[in-house]
Design a protein around this ligand. Sequence first.
Ligand code: ARG
Length: 720
Amino acid sequence: MKKIVYLLLCAMLLSFATTVRADEGMWIPMLIGKNQEQMKKQGFKLTAKDLYNANGSSLKDAIVHFGGFCTGEIVSDKGLIFTNHHCGYDAIASNSTAQDNILDNGFYAKNYGEEKPIAGLFVRFLQRMEDVTTKVNEATKGLTGAEKEAKMTEVFNAISKAAITGPMIEANVKDFYKSNQFILFVYERFDDIRLVGTPPQNIGKFGGDTDNWQWPRQTGDFSVFRVYSSTGNQPAAYNVQNVPYKPKKFLPISLKGVQNGDFAMVYGFPGRTDRYLTSYGVDLATEKVSPTIVKLRDIRLKAWRSEMDKDVSFRLKMSSKYAQIANYWKYFIGQTEQLKGLKVADNKRTEEKAFTQWASQKTEFAGLMDQYEQIYADIDPISVQRTYINEGFNASQWAVNASGIGRALINFSKGKYDAAATKQIQENLTKAITAYQETYNETADKKIFARILSSFYADVPVKSQPKFFAEIAEKYWTGNPESTFEKFANYLWERSNFINPEKLKAFVASNPSADAVTDDPGYQYALNIIPADYIKTNFGSTVADFEKKKAELDHLYLKAILEKNAGKMMYPDANSTMRLSYGNVQDYSPKDGIVYKTTTTIDGVMQKYIPGDTEFDLPANLIENYNKRNFGQYGNDGTLTVGFVTNNDITGGNSGSPVINGNGELIGLAFDGNWEAMSGDIAFDKKFKRSINVDIRYVLWCIDVLGGAKNIINELQIKK
Ligand code: ARG
């Protein structure tokens, strides 16, 4: 009897842990029909077909994968795109100079002619998706290991290739539930994307890193782009003759605003979640990997910041890279804090115990957790050092470049390439060196290099240090690690041709001999830190064994979970494919005695205002219009709503996604997650997890009243 009760309890625990609640879930649009009843109950007024219809037009046709790393939505019949400011950040910053500083001052094109083409930027529209699990499984039946993997790649390629029906059609097969399901995605890609408008960064990034990942928030995190096509409305490379694209669908905009409890959904391209990570994986992250990442990023950020504050040009060139590193620096701080605070590993251990009990009856899944324990025990001792490869050694851009450039130079000197190949490689080299030069800063780069090495010396026991590193430490030893690695840095900066960009250019132009390259101490150093080589030389097969075994275990674990939950609503981890999350506008209590409201307002913007501050300064015309309470058609109750929170399930990649009401109208743009639920990529916490959104009325007020860009407003379909 006792045993039966225990088993029942385990089953309950497990089903609680692995089935979803109303707001949790990044659903696959093609399969959204199964959620329709629940969505209706929560306030959704349309049908599943209005969301996804591969044969007609539906809301999915108004959603774009923006640059492959963010989401955007089409808001006019002339291909106008809204996305986040931080998604357009690189395009905006790289089009800024001290003289024409659109990052700091903002910019709105008054006509098509003023819109700025952004080289390299693209958007993808999803045409259709198709479950190809049976095809893949049939082709790989009976195979294992490397043979299975090779076959899998072959089938993926064959399926994708068959789906490509035109020059700008892209197709790929993605795996779901750790290779327990496979879905084909077919996209149409557009390469002529132009910047239409952006607020000044003290609106678009108001609150900076201090407010990042936090609610209550008052950031105007939006920017405006446009898709261009050929005159025949087809995708085309940039051309002045191109015209605004006429989309299949665009989102109307509602100015009605939001109330606590209103239906809200987010449609976009979430990048990656790891919700089935085991307790062993969580422990490794919180104890070893994440603290190392944070520490190493801290070194870079501090060194860059002090140089950025000295020089506007360097700041503009560096801003995008800085923001990227800072964003995930704070992410890992918050994630670690909340994984611990919300006892995620402990909760997972409880679930895993129940799982093990259930699995003990099934030969296929028995002993799974013990095997996880073993592989994590094997990888643990090298995890800190492994994190240093990419986040430490390869954080020095010169060292990343040096091995590749050096090898190309050696091959040139040996006459390995024909004229055409030589020309191509030389062009690529010139491009790479020019890009490298943009953000090169001797003071910061040298400091970063030396500090990362001394940090490694402190973090990795001498007996585990790689040979090349121990040799450097010995040869340059001064009595203390910091000055030792400074001495080594000074030596490299003086002697190597691969660090100073001017010296590097001259070196490349001199057609150096193979010996001149191989004798260069910077090149010699760089050869040691090529990630794949580093891993093989220093860890043997440990990393490859871990990855391979983990993939196998993950596959089985998810297979078991799907079996255990057959018939229940399940959703797969995010994998940069289109998903829909639905729920409600919802307030929350961050801690005992405090409730955070669902909305923030322009009054809150003004309360945070710090004149002259890098994060909390404001444009003069915002203050003027605030003082006049000039909110136009966008205000309500004597103020202007700026941000709001919903309980939608989002992650990185969702940035820029539309927040849509029950009628299919745009009410905001998702741009962030909240501090209390930073563990959300690993475990969704219903009580705390929120999506932070900028209210569409604030976006339009900034464009219209502050930016004076009536031309943009006139394109929109606004519902009052
Ligand atoms: N944390 C946001 C995200 O990853 C990015 C916010 C950008 N703003 C900033 N202050 N860095 O989606």
